[in-house]
Design a protein around this ligand. Structure first.
Ligand SMILES: Nc1nc2c(c(=O)[nH]1)N[C@H]1C(S)=C(S)[C@@H](COP(=O)(O)OP(=O)(O)OC[C@H]3O[C@@H](n4cnc5c(N)ncnc54)[C@H](O)[C@@H]3O)O[C@H]1N2
Ligand code: MOO
Length: 397
């Protein structure tokens, strides 16, 4: 059986997604964590006006001499516009952020003076223009503040607020339904009969898609029963999901319910990756569906490489790839060579750069998922990683 590459399967997944986004306009205080659907441009300059960078005296530089004395004609605090000018031989007390009075071209900090009230003695002469923050030196009205497709994080919120943006057009969070399948699965903490295990994939997948910016509209675990799968998919449709993620039942077993019940409508393929070889994708009516294998590590990797980019795309994100860290393998391991391998690693930062410590291989190792800090990607054609080799790591924590 020829296997699809990871990149080819990701293209298939992205191809079943709708291309239009639902958008809405929200005030800044509701925008945190949402994705911009349109570029945001400055409504105000930063700084809005020439102002003092230090508490001191606004003066004319030409008047300054060490030991010289100026007449203090007024005071300017932040938040008011001065009603006077600084003329020759004059100074105004001025506070940080306050409007620079007409006539002044330099600020002398209090520390370089005798701090006088009616008259001030200058003890040191700063350069012309010192301690003044010029209007629009950071951002001009109309400048781009944040691009379409970026997350409005805390720093972006500050920039938007500072540039006078009151509201932004954002993409509605995508709605994702998660359906885990397997008759052996019980809710976490429930008493377990012989052959039963706790269900962990649905919590993991729901958490991962939420971390990628989606709302989980339903999360269910159903037995290996085609009717139960159909019912869960219909419920996802009714919950107006934009994407359904199915887990388990995609390989060759007699009870692999997802493949058996949906093979006529979704494509089930082998992908040249390890773990995560069996995958499914397609549309049920208008509803995009991604089916990932049930083995928990395989499910985690499949969400990382297929579902996460899909969610980020639905969320309107411009950038859908993770930052990759180049790390040194702290010990060697083997790879299949004909599969792109995703090896769970812990990362350690040292003076020589990052070390990737491989965790024990095995796509059943659900208990080790808590230790995974990244996935070292061993490319197709590489069958061994030696100690000290450089590996690219998708950093997930
Ligand atoms: N004859 C073949 N057998 C298998 C093949 C194959 O090609 N031919 N592929 C193997 C690979 S690779 C994988 S990966 C698994 C994937 O199979 P399924 O998607 O059908 O997964 P299940 O059989 O449903 O489960 C596999 C494993 O994972 C546990 N599991 C499933 N769901 C959950 C969950 N929600 N929470 C926790 N654990 C879960 C399940 O109990 C099984 O142990 O198939 C191989 N077999
Ligand atoms: O490749 Mo499966 O995905 O071994 O775990």
């Amino acid at each position: 059986m020829t296997l699809r590459t990871v990149a080819e399967h990701r293209e298939r997944v992205l191809a079943v997604l709708p291309t239009r986004h639902r958008t809405r306009r929200v005030p800044l205080e509701q925008a945190h964590g949402l994705v911009l659907a349109a570029p945001a441009t400055a409504q105000e300059a930063v700084p809005r006006f020439d102002n003092a960078a230090m508490d001191g005296y606004a003066v004319r530089h030409a008047d300054l001499r060490v030991g010289g004395v100026l007449t203090v004609v007024g005071e300017v605090r932040a938040g008011v516009a001065p009603a006077f000018e600084v003329a020759a031989g004059q100074a105004a007390r001025i506070m940080t952020g306050a409007f620079l009075p007409e006539g002044a071209d330099t600020v002398v900090p209090f520390e370089l003076t005798d701090d006088g009230r009616d008259q001030v003695r200058i003890d040191d002469v700063p350069d012309l223009g010192r301690h003044i923050r010029r209007a629009a030196e950071d951002v001009e009205v109309g400048d781009l503040v944040a691009e379409s497709g970026v997350v409005v994080d805390a720093l972006t919120l500050a920039a938007l607020a500072a540039t006078g943006v009151a509201d932004v057009l954002v993409v509605e969070r995508p709605r994702v339904a998660v359906i885990s399948t397997g008759s052996e699965l019980c809710p976490p903490g429930a008493p377990l009969g012989a052959g039963q295990i706790p269900e962990s994939n649905s919590l993991m997948i729901a958490g991962l898609v939420e971390e990628a910016g989606a709302d989980v509209v339903s999360r269910t675990s159903v037995p290996d029963d085609p009717w139960a799968v159909e019912t869960a998919v219909r419920a996802a449709e009714e919950a107006e999901a934009d994407l359904v993620v199915l887990s388990g039942g995609v390989s060759a077993g007699d009870y692999d319910v997802v493949r058996l019940s949906l093979a006529d409508r979704l494509e089930f393929v082998g992908v040249a990756m390890s773990p995560g070889r069996p995958q499914g994708v397609g549309l049920l009516g208008d509803l995009p569906v991604v089916a990932v294998p049930g083995n928990p590590v395989a499910a985690a990797v499949s969400v990382e490489v297929f579902v996460r980019p899909a969610v980020l795309t639905l969320a309107g994100r411009r950038e859908t790839t993770r930052p990759v860290m180049s790390a040194l393998a702290s010990q060697g391991w083997t790879s299949k060579g004909d599969r792109e391998q995703y090896t769970a690693v812990r990362l350690e930062l040292s003076e020589n750069g990052a070390w990737a410590h491989p965790l024990a291989p095995g796509s059943h190792r659900a208990g080790s998922l808590a230790a995974v800090e990244g996935w070292a990607v061993v490319p197709l054609g590489t069958s061994a990683v030696r100690r000290g080799d450089r590996v690219d790591v998708l950093v997930v924590r």
